[in-house]
Design a protein around this ligand. Structure first.
Ligand SMILES: [Zn+2]
Length: 462
């Protein structure tokens, strides 16, 4: 028995102006179909809720990849200008997202804009690999009606994929190939790994457990073994300068005329400068997680940080008497938010999880409160123990680097949670996708109430 793994490569692509314009049109049309399916599905679920509320439990609404009804000679003439496979793949992409929702692996698909849907999925009917004088290239379009040749820079060997994704990131084009292949090790589920780890004695378990403290203000990750990982100072300086440049272009952009070519060019320059920081963070997160999963450690413990909640804008505050708006600290919090989102917490979590899974290693999460205020030797929790970067316990005088101390606390919490069986249950990996309104009538714990009270989705059988 072996497990299927997915991997992929991404190469920089260089379309000429004509092909770039065609690709932009393909992307737009695929997104249009995707959004059409999202809106249609919302309408169906609204209908279904109404029917169920009026007592009709057997209500059925369609769940399919039909897209031809979005094509209209008058309303959407542009959809006739792209190959139908591009439109179909838009519906296929939506179905993939919908299936993830039905399997409770994600939220319902939502409407996308060019900010978060700037790629086109092209299947084998519409591309062929060709050799040009400059090297490998992809001919796009059907054999009978090719639309152009897309040169790309293959910086590493690749196999011919079944489908490709062409994407535009901040004005640069990329082409990615995705492959599925068998893994040579048998991959086990997280609860099986937790069971194996739980069988180890305390000393061995402590030796292979690594607590990770993600620090916002210094932008670093500290481990329970005292190691610290920072951004490379050269990249930090470059990021700062690119941000200065982006701000300058932004000031010019607000004065430029809306819809003008100049404004579009400025927007592209800003995006390119900001894209640098994205790539630096991705690179840091990839290198760090690679080093961690290839170390001796077999169990990684992270704080369970609610990044979405932490980086939310504070609520607007109104004076009850006068009706005037009061200060709510939003601008002060904006700086912290920027740091949270810049410190790639989320990325480290996601990358560590999938890389560890490939090595049969476990990633666990523990509650975050007081990890940086508690003493890792005597357990005493006090805010006064923190002196900037140092931790000095007010009770026992234990002294250590503050992040190192927090890392040790996180490791002990992780070991305790493992011993208590927190990771040993083979439960669905992600949150419940059903709406909470179902639990209101019955009471009890939300999960149980959801499972007991929700009628089976008639479309799941389809
Ligand atoms: Zn202490």
């Amino acid at each position: 028995m072996s497990s299927l793994l997915q991997s992929g490569v991404r190469f920089r692509a260089y379309p000429d102006a004509g092909l770039a314009s065609t690709l932009a049109r393909w992307i737009g049309c695929q997104r249009s179909i995707y959004n059409g399916k999202v809106s249609e599905d919302r309408l169906f679920s609204a209908q279904r809720r109404l029917e169920i509320a009026s007592g009709n439990v057997q209500v059925q609404t369609p769940l399919d990849q039909a897209y031809s009804h979005f094509k209209d000679r008058v309303l959407t003439p542009w959809l006739y200008e792209v190959p139908s496979q591009i439109l179909r793949n838009g519906a296929v992409r939506w179905m993939g997202a919908k299936q993830r929702q039905l399997k409770k692996l994600g939220k319902a698909p939502r409407r996308r804009t060019r900010r978060d849907f700037n790629s086109v999925h092209v299947t084998a009917e519409l591309f062929r690999f060709v050799q040009t004088d400059a090297g490998a290239a992809i001919e796009l379009g059907t054999k009978a009606d090719p639309v152009g040749t897309l040169p790309f820079l293959a910086h590493r060997p690749f196999a011919v994929p079944k489908s490709i994704v062409v994407r535009n990131v901040a004005g640069r084009w990329f082409v990615s190939f995705c492959y599925e292949h068998a893994s040579n090790v048998i991959l086990r589920e997280p609860h099986e790994l937790a069971y194996e780890l739980n069988a180890l004695d305390d000393a061995t378990l402590a030796g292979i457990t690594l607590g990770l403290d993600r620090n916002v203000t210094d932008n670093c990750v500290a481990t329970s073994e005292g190691a610290q990982f920072h951004f490379d100072p050269v990249s930090v300086e470059r990021m700062r300068r690119k941000e200065v440049g982006a701000k300058r272009y932004q000031r010019r952009m607000v004065r430029s005329q809306k819809g003008s070519a100049n404004r579009r060019k400025l927007a592209a320059r800003i995006a390119r400068r900001r894209d640098y920081a994205t790539r630096v963070r991705n690179d840091f997160a990839h290198q760090l997680t690679y080093r961690l999963v290839h170390s001796q450690a077999r169990f990684f413990v992270l704080e369970d940080l609610k990044i979405r909640n932490m980086s939310r804008r504070p609520k607007a505050v109104k004076d009850a008497g006068t009706g005037k708006w009061l200060k709510n600290g939003a601008s002060a919090k904006a700086e912290l938010n920027r740091k949270i989102l810049a410190s790639c917490w989320g990325r480290i979590d996601v990358f560590l999880r999938y890389k560890a899974a490939r090595q049969n290693k476990l990633v666990g999460k523990v509650p975050a409160p007081n990890t940086s205020r508690g003493c890792s030797r005597c357990g005493h929790i006090h805010a006064d123990s923190r002196h900037g970067g140092r931790f000095i316990c007010v009770r026992c005088g234990f002294t250590l680097h503050a992040d190192h101390n927090a890392g040790i606390n996180i490791r002990s919490r992780g070991i305790k949670a493992l011993r208590d069986g927190a990771f040993s249950v083979g439960k669905p990996q992600k949150r419940i996708a059903f709406r909470r309104r179902n639990s209101r009538t019955t009471g009890g714990t939300p999960e149980v109430a959801c499972g007991a009270n929700v009628r089976p989705d008639p479309r799941l059988a389809a």
